[in-house]
Write a protein of this length. Structure first.
Length: 630
């Protein structure tokens, strides 16, 4: 500022809605600055939103509210004050802005403390709350908050780590973890499509939760990254919509596909289950509607959501979650499809739906794959919880009589298709270069992995090649994950990944995309899956990693609640440390041709068996197992 060098540092507290900005002078002269607290919007503000500002002693505040609605109104406020300055002028306010002028002494530091209050449904007096919060802070409490912030992020980063000997991949991986870590916290509101960085009143897609993959994709990598709690706000948002989803299944089904529904369900609905529209907001339906009150001929929104309930339980083995959230939701999804599926005289089931928005296909590939995942999880959970035995038998029967994933032929090769048959104006069974919807049965539905049948894996790899969708916007959190899950040639996969991120990384390290936001964090799952995978209850180390490329990873979480650490150097796996959080049977593909040892943390030999190239250990909850070449 003039001839005086200033530095500014801003941070957010980890457990409180407090933002702290410090300005430090390295000059010999005092500097006057102005600070503003603003609750309006840049660009073209929504005229239905109300804005106000004011002053309470040396505290300035600004408040904003959504328009009145039949269900609830959201209101939020900021309050700010200046600490450590000289010659602070009394704050003033006008419209949505309050401001003050203060002086930074030569060589001094001034701290601006801002509290955020309100948000959510019908908050009471957020302005007063924000003012009270900011008044409660002082130099000592701010120091404590900073220490707590550092501790929170240290814990976050120490949950898992990777070392890839690849600067480009790491330059994507760690910022992507940060973006979802900064956006989602257990017990808080689920982040919308742009996380916490919605910077306009008119964001793309209303900044909502688009349930035909966009809202789920940011969480694809949190489970294996050992941060499963980051997904809990998504589960809460889906469950809050459940009563409306049940009503829609009973009363609104015609809007999916009127001709089809009228021919099968003359009453316009089914007696049980759930039906979700494409776009929802948190806290159930807002203002009596949704953000995107369309179905686009899809019944897959509940299935996409269910993938995250299944993943959370499989990776954590959290029985309380399964009993109170997981199974209640999965059973509702399964009940809808009990009615929706068609059954022929031979007992084979057929599923109609839209793989792409606005399409209509027989045995839609993503629907079919995700339904298999849901039914298998529901059967397992009902047995574990000793409930719904009659439904369990029905689900088992459906699962046993669903068709295989549909395929077609492209350029002389068998590839996985969008459906077994398509109707309407676009009847293509595969769309090279487009969104890899035809591979979502692999991920997030987990119906094909590195330990699967070799022929199916080759078909999947051929499909990835045929799609060639590496740079397609929707496919970023999909195709790399899907390729890694089926053991796509590792060098080629890394080359494709690196090529995309090298041209799409912004200065702030986000992946640029004019239509999407934090879903780009979902491709962290690709890197994790290159390093370790659990498929068919067997853990494989470095299943999609180049043979000649060194790498290591620390505490990547696998299904069964196992935390796995390992390294590879000069083409050899050096060790595997596996912590069992829930006990149970650990199966790991043997990475060595020579002898190996299995010991516990005290150095005691642990009983194990080896058959079919798989090491099997009966584990105890809380114990860590060290597996090393002899």
């Amino acid at each position: 500022m003039g001839d005086t060098p200033l530095s500014m540092r801003t941070w957010l507290a980890a457990g409180k809605n407090i933002m702290v900005t410090s300005v430090t002078s390295a000059g010999a002269q005092p500097v006057r600055l102005q600070a503003s607290t603003f609750a309006g919007a840049m660009g073209s503000p929504n005229s239905q939103y109300s804005n106000s500002s004011g002053v309470n002693g040396q505290v300035m505040w600004a408040e904003r509210a959504t328009p009145p609605g039949p269900n609830w109104v959201s209101r939020a406020a900021l309050a700010s004050t200046v600490l450590g300055a000289t010659a602070v002028q009394p704050p003033t306010s006008s419209g949505p802005t309050a401001k003050t002028v203060f002086t930074v002494a030569a060589g001094g530091t001034v701290t601006l403390v801002t509290a955020v209050a309100g948000g959510g449904q019908n908050p009471t007096a957020p302005r007063d709350d924000a003012v009270a919060r900011v008044r409660a802070e002082n130099a000592g409490s701010i120091g404590t908050l900073d220490t707590q912030r550092a501790a929170w992020w240290k814990d976050f980063w120490m949950r898992s780590a990777v070392s890839l000997n690849d600067a480009a991949l790491e330059r994507y991986y760690y910022p992507a973890q940060y973006f979802i870590g900064a956006s989602s916290r257990a017990g808080r509101t689920v982040p919308g499509i742009f996380g916490i960085w919605t910077t306009t009143d008119d964001p793309m897609w209303d900044g909502d939760l688009h349930l035909n993959y966009n809202a789920q994709a940011p969480f694809y990598g949190v489970y294996s990254s050992n941060r499963p709690d980051l997904a809990l706000p998504f589960h809460d948002a889906v469950l809050s919509y459940l009563p409306e989803a049940q009503r829609r299944a009973e009363q609104d089904l015609r809007r999916v596909n009127q001709d089809y529904v009228n021919s099968r369900f003359p009453n316009g609905g089914v007696p049980s289950g759930v039906l979700f529209p494409v776009g929802i907001s948190p806290f159930g339906p807002a203002n009596g509607s949704t953000t995107d009150d369309q179905y686009h001929q899809q019944v897959s929104n509940s299935l996409f959501s269910a993938t995250q309930f299944v993943a959370y339980y499989e990776y954590t083995q959290d029985d309380n979650f399964l009993r109170t959230k997981g199974y209640p939701f999965l059973s509702q999804v399964a009940r809808f499809f009990e009615h929706w599926l068609e059954r022929d005289a031979a007992g084979t089931y057929t599923l109609w739906g839209g793989p792409h928005e606005g399409t209509w296909g027989k045995n839609s590939s993503p629907d079919l794959g995700m339904l298999k995942q849901v039914l298998a999880a529901a059967v397992s959970a009902s047995r574990q919880l000793n409930t719904d035995a009659d439904r369990r038998a029905l689900w088992q029967n459906i699962l046993a009589n669903l068709p295989g994933q549909p395929t077609t032929t492209l350029n002389g090769k068998t590839v996985y298709s969008l459906a077994s048959g398509m109707q309407g104006t676009d009847t293509r069974l595969i769309r090279p270069g487009d969104n890899t919807i035809n591979l979502e049965f692999i991920q997030p539905a987990d119906q094909l992995g590195v330990n699967s049948d070799a022929g199916r894996l080759q078909t999947a790899r051929d499909t990835v090649t045929a799609m060639n969708s590496w740079g397609q916007d929707n496919s970023f959190p999909k195709i790399f994950n899907q390729a890694a899950r089926v053991g796509y040639p590792a060098d080629q996969l890394i080359d494709r990944f690196t090529s995309v991120i090298s041209t799409r990384t912004a200065p702030n390290l986000r992946i640029t995309d004019p239509h999407h936001g934090i879903e780009k964090s979902g491709a962290t799952e690709a890197i994790n899956s290159m390093l370790v995978q659990s498929d068919q209850s067997v853990i494989s180390l470095f299943p999609a990693w180049p043979a000649a490329k060194d790498a290591s990873f620390y505490q990547l979480r696998q299904k069964g609640a196992f935390l796995v650490s390992s390294s590879k150097a000069a083409g050899n796996v050096e060790y595997a440390d596996i912590r069992s959080e829930a006990g149970g049977t650990l199966r790991m593909k043997n990475p060595w041709t020579a002898a190996f040892t299995v010991t516990d943390t005290a150095g005691n030999t642990v009983p194990h068996t080896t058959a079919g190239g798989v090491i099997t250990i009966q584990t105890t909850a809380g114990q860590t197992y060290h597996i090393n070449p002899a």
